[in-house]
Design a protein around this ligand. Structure first.
Ligand SMILES: Cc1cc2nc3c(=O)[nH]c(=O)nc-3n(C[C@H](O)[C@H](O)[C@H](O)COP(=O)(O)OP(=O)(O)OC[C@H]3O[C@@H](n4cnc5c(N)ncnc54)[C@H](O)[C@@H]3O)c2cc1C
Length: 348
């Protein structure tokens, strides 16, 4: 059973960059083809801009897609339903009780005005980032809106700006997803107004202003809280964690979607292959770190560098002067998907 508080399709603050590392898994599941049929845009390169220059990084090892989360998440959900998984949209878990034999779970299906109790062996938390219980010192906000753009490029563009960065990604039709991460102090200085921040950055970074010239925003700004960093959490009180709920990935570099997909795959493998939770946890943790630790670290480094105009200019110069760094390290900072995880459970 899958329980989600949203009703799909629904928008979500996310760049919508589905990296090439996802192509094989999503193709195996038949989702990649559906995304393209429904208008997701194949991308050939990513371009990183500072206020004074840019570097182009070709997308290698497969294809990337620009895709709204409205389309992407609904297509994934349809795929889940084909496996005869019961899906409750507009529902939340209210209480859980556990003993050595499993869980009793109280579900409030508020969209249908119903309450359920179910019994299950495993409970998996895939609810995304946690909000802090108290005010955190390192806080960022993620904001996103769709724009109509007269001439859409086949590239994902990332603009480094003072105290934040902006991603512009073509999605379905003539639309682009304008999505950014901003530090909380700047967000407050600009009256918590999504448009004022983008206008300020368009002045600071003329290349951003030029790209947005002639485009028109067609949805309101939507905002989410983004932790600057958060620890890992794989298993607590008998509950398993996957995706952003398990560990944070810096949104600056993308890759969060693929970690979410692959950590689900990895957990499934651990649950099926091992007879008890101690062995499952050992396997899940070890493999998670093996596949994703380095990428999460690199994503954090790139994320930090992109937020400061001095370092972003230096990074762009360095990447332009060094082919190995440009093609190797940046591609490496996107989590790779091990084939054994893709094929072992293909179709299952
Ligand atoms: C500004 C920004 C830009 C980003 N850009 C990219 C990008 O371009 N490419 C990329 O790969 N990654 C990007 N990311 C990261 C990416 O969005 C996440 O890593 C990814 O969505 C994680 O997937 P998830 O399934 O773990 O969580 P989510 O996608 O957050 O899904 C969690 C689901 O749980 C549901 N839920 C939450 N709480 C409850 C509850 N109590 N009960 C029931 N349901 C609940 C929600 O409705 C939601 O559907 C970006 C993030 C941000 C903030």
């Amino acid at each position: 059973m899958l329980i989600d508080k949203s009703i799909f399709p629904r928008p979500k603050v996310c760049g919508g960059f589905i990296g090439p590392q996802n192509q094989e898994l999503l193709s195996t599941l038949g989702v990649w083809q559906i995304l393209i049929e429904r208008g997701a845009k194949p991308l050939t390169k990513s371009v990183l801009y500072s206020s004074s220059g840019s570097v182009t990084i070709p997308i290698r090892e497969g294809q990337a897609l620009g895709c709204s989360r409205q389309l992407f998440d609904a297509a994934l959900l349809e795929r889940v339903m084909k496996e005869d998984v019961e899906v409750l949209e507009g529902a939340q878990v209210r209480r859980t009780f556990s003993n050595t034999r499993g869980f009793e779970v109280e579900i409030d299906h508020y969209y249908r005005n119903k309450k359920y109790v179910i019994y299950t062996d495993h409970l998996i938390n895939a609810s995304g980032w946690r909000s802090p219980r108290v005010k955190a010192s390192h806080v960022q906000l993620g904001l996103g809106a769709l724009y109509n753009m007269p001439a859409v490029l086949e590239q994902v563009s990332l603009f480094c700006c003072p105290r934040g960065h902006v991603g512009i990604n073509p999605v379905e039709g003539n639309q682009v997803n304008v999505c950014y991460v901003v530090q909380e102090d700047l967000f407050n200085e600009k009256d918590c107004d999504g448009q004022k921040i983008l206008d300020y950055w368009s002045q600071e970074n003329p290349l951003l202003g030029r790209m947005l010239d002639g485009s028109e925003r067609i949805t309101p700004w939507k905002a989410v809280y983004v932790p600057a960093r958060a620890g890992e959490r794989f298993f607590e009180n008998g509950i398993w964690y996957v995706g952003d709920a398990a560990a944070f990935i810096n949104p600056v570099t993308g890759g969060g979607v693929s970690i979410a997909l692959m950590s689900g795959r990895l957990l499934a493998k651990s649950l099926v292959a091992y007879p008890n939770d101690a062995e499952r946890l050992k396997h899940y943790t070890e493999y998670y770190r093996k596949y994703f630790q380095e990428q999460r670290w690199l994503a954090g480094v790139w994320g930090g560098l992109a937020h400061h105009s001095f370092s972003s200019t230096a990074v762009i110069k360095l990447l332009n002067s060094n082919n190995f760094l440009r093609t190797g390290i940046i591609n490496h900072s996107h989590p790779r998907v091990p084939n054994e995880l893709i094929y072992q459970y293909a179709g299952g």
